[in-house]
Design a protein around this ligand. Sequence first.
Ligand code: FAD
Ligand code: NAD
Length: 466
Amino acid sequence: MADKFQAVVIGGGPGGYVCAIRLAQLGMKTACIESRGSLGGTCLNVGCIPSKSLLNLSEEFHKVKNLSNKGIEVGEVKLNLNKMMKSKEKAVTVLTKGVEFLLKKNDVTYFKGIGSFKSRNEISIKDVNKNEISIFAEKIIIATGSIPTSLPGIDFDEKIIVSSTGVLKLDKVPKKMVVVGGGYIGLEMGSVWSRLGAEVHVVEFLDHITPGMDKEISNEFMKILKKQGIKFHMQHKVDQITKKNSSAVISTTDKDGNKKDFDCEVVLVSVGRKPNTEGLNLEKIGLNLDDKNRISTDKNFKTNLNNIYAIGDVISGPMLAHKAEDEGIAVAENIAGQSGHVNYDTIPGVIYTTPEVASIGKTEEQLNDLNIKYKIGKFSFMANSRAKAIDDTEGFVKILADEKTDKVLGAHLIGPHAGELIAEIGIAMEFGASSEDIARTCHAHPTFSEAVKEAALSVDKRAIHS
Ligand code: FAD
Ligand code: NAD
């Protein structure tokens, strides 16, 4: 007899495994199906965690090489890429095993295999040896995430033409790397390989990097990355990538129609990701997709089929792990009859380069489009005592507040620990705080967070230290 569950989650990424744990916490007999052989999804296996490990290790390497400027003499600093990769792999293994432990602890049944729909309530699971079992579920949550997209006619070989997966495990530092796409992945991974010694060229279709980000921050970010040695080729469209022996030629056309070729040892194609619905057999059960092939859901994450829900990268919205997690919790609570909810106005985005870039709420461009009048408060890390003390003064904090009510509408940071500082603004926004509320909150001295307080003071033109 096939096993029966109250809820089954397909996909064990940050959306899926968090959802499964919450369902079990709420008393439901729950299973989670994952096909890749380890839990944690893109994020833990080939995304957030390995990339942040390499960002940290490459930053340490870069810093140690430059310590003598600060009076700390070190001997010759050498890179052992193999060991660095092992350190990254250790972080991945510890965390993915940790998720397996959490599922067990919460009594979630973990099935290793590919899940596909046999009917609206029956799922087939095929393991690596092609053995097949079926399980039944009252409610099914699809959390199958996303996969890298390429350009038309260009396939990843993960050695010369690499996706975000291949770029995390190169076995030597390329002399020259071309990054197609100046978004999150291109700039994070371009930074890693640039710090390790590669000459990095970013080829971007638009006239600015990180589309959707506040323009002022985006411009400052590009300026800083240029100073670090990354070369940018803006408004260049990639027409073709051809492999030549052990290198690649990237053929481009710029906005004026000029053709230019770039050659390199490795080309990273990071032009976005696409929802992963392949093999689920969705047509068979009549489940609707939207015009971008994402699963269509209502605001309660319900699809057009009454017992089937979807969350995370496979539905609309930013492709971020914390967004997937929060949706996982919200859908579980909705299924249990509670009022699960995600506030899409307060989802932070962080780019883990040096300096970090962090953003929440509306950008200036969005406020202008919406015709919302706003005030700006800005404070530079150049005037922050902690940043000065450790000579890490690049960047600034920018807070946008409603012109009349002073309610915080958005914040955009570039600078040291921006990814941590943004949490304070997230809480403020969740509680509907004004910039004055932040300004009147006592911040410890000397900390980077004082730059947030000063930016809030500056909304009302009363910053003290600038
Ligand atoms: P996924 O994490 O993609 O998980 C889906 C899982 O479902 C996968 O493990 C897949 O194997 C499994 N699956 C698919 N089909 C089936 C099936 N039929 N049966 C069983 N299992 C199936 N986000 C951040 O917030 N911060 C970051 O720093 C960050 N860094 C990133 C760096 C890189 C290089 C990349 C590529 C992404 C990064 N992201 C980051 C994005 C983040 O990884 C995703 O937004 C997040 O993983 C989405 O979670 P998810 O659960 O929706 O899907
Ligand atoms: P992205 O959407 O962030 O950036 C893609 C870039 O490629 C854009 O700047 C776009 O204009 C450019 N582009 C598109 N087509 C092009 C072409 N033909 N030629 C040149 N440029 C082109 O996508 P990504 O960097 O692949 O990352 C995918 C997603 O993964 C991100 O949107 C983000 O949601 C997630 N991610 C998040 C983090 C993080 O949170 N720190 C890190 C990595 C990835």
